[in-house]
Design a protein around this ligand. Structure first.
Ligand code: SF4
Ligand code: SF4
Length: 318
């Protein structure tokens, strides 16, 4: 659902007071664009899939292994995120952790406790490309509520906060914003992008594309849609099974016990990152596995740009 235009206008004070009623966070993108007095988390992933968590505890006693699954924990949290970050939750994380049986009980509990709001974006940063992958800066799709700062207050769509109808000058302001964003929106990737990339698997171009990438994995940890994790036992006779984030950029990610590694070469890992987000996930789920937030572009230490990589592979197929 896109911005309906049927919301209400509330004062900034009323909006902040409403947000302050519980445990409230904003994402770094929201904190950067709008000054809001709440602690910032990198992305919703930080709340839904902690970087490190114990799944069960075990100990050896009386010649028996005792295993105790840890109950899922989740306290109610309100998170205000950019529309692309909301999409990362609904299109990718939910699909992975809740979309198939068995569901992940830890993720499911935290998700049930998450009240997720979208704060519309009023401009595209140089690294933003949500409109290339099916998103929009004013999308409220998947969000529990939508808000947008106006010159006279905050436009609000959702339950729980009442305000006054939009004045005609505010309607004009919204229309002008929509028109302005329409003019500056990066165009979508070609419709057949997932198929083109899939067919390009064996092409020579990948070495060239992967050139420069350090395989440091920063992009995957910062990405709101990357969800790969590792499981490791800590302790010998007493300990815990720990889940931690992992990255397809790391050489040991696919290392087999036999010592065979199907992705031992850096190029293969870069290709996997691109194909998973722009080919495999959309071919399976019907949506890109990248929401175009641009964090990986903005924060890569060597300015490696995933948009250019996709464009280059697609241009070979056209
Ligand atoms: S694209 Fe950039 S951030 Fe990602 S692994 Fe390569 S060098 Fe690191
Ligand atoms: S732009 Fe980069 S960080 Fe953002 S969703 Fe896409 S791959 Fe992940």
């Amino acid at each position: 659902m896109r911005l309906s235009g049927n919301g209400v206008v509330v004062t900034r004070e009323a909006f902040l007071e409403w947000l302050s009623r519980g445990k409230t966070f904003v994402t770094e993108a929201v904190a950067r664009r709008f000054r809001l007095p709440f602690p910032a988390v990198p992305t919703p992933k930080t709340i839904l899939l902690p970087q490190r968590e114990a799944l069960y505890r075990f100990f050896w006693a009386k010649r028996t292994w005792n295993v105790h699954p840890l109950p899922p924990e989740g306290t109610p949290v309100l998170l205000l995120a950019a529309p692309c970050e909301v999409k990362a939750v609904t299109d990718v994380l939910d699909a992975v952790f809740l979309g198939n049986a068995p569901q992940d009980p830890h993720y499911a509990t935290r998700r049930k406790n998450l009240f997720l709001g979208a704060l519309g974006c009023t401009f595209f940063e140089a690294t933003c490309f949500c409109t290339r992958v099916g998103g929009h800066p004013l999308s409220r799709e998947g969000a529990d509520f939508f808000a947008l700062p106006l010159s006279s207050g905050v436009y609000f769509e959702g339950e729980g906060l009442s305000g006054r109808p939009l004045a005609s000058s505010e309607k004009e302001e919204l229309e002008a914003l929509v028109a302005d964003l329409g003019k500056t929106a990066p165009p979508p990737f070609p419709e057949k992008t997932p198929e083109y990339l899939y067919e390009a698997f064996g092409r020579d171009i990948w070495e060239d594309i992967a050139w420069g990438c350090l395989n440091c994995g920063a992009c995957t940890f910062l990405c709101p849609t990357c969800f790969c994790f590792d499981l490791a036992l800590e302790g010998r006779l007493r300990g815990a099974m720990i889940r931690t984030w992992d990255s397809c950029m790391f050489p040991k990610f696919t290392l087999h016990a036999s010592s065979h590694n199907p992705r031992s070469h850096p190029m293969q890992r870069v290709r996997q990152r691109i194909l998973h987000k722009f080919s495999y996930h959309p071919l399976r789920k019907g949506v890109f596995g990248c929401v175009g937030c641009g964090r990986c572009v903005a924060l890569c230490p060597v300015n490696w740009d995933i948009r250019e990589a996709v464009e280059r592979v697609v241009s070979c197929a056209l």
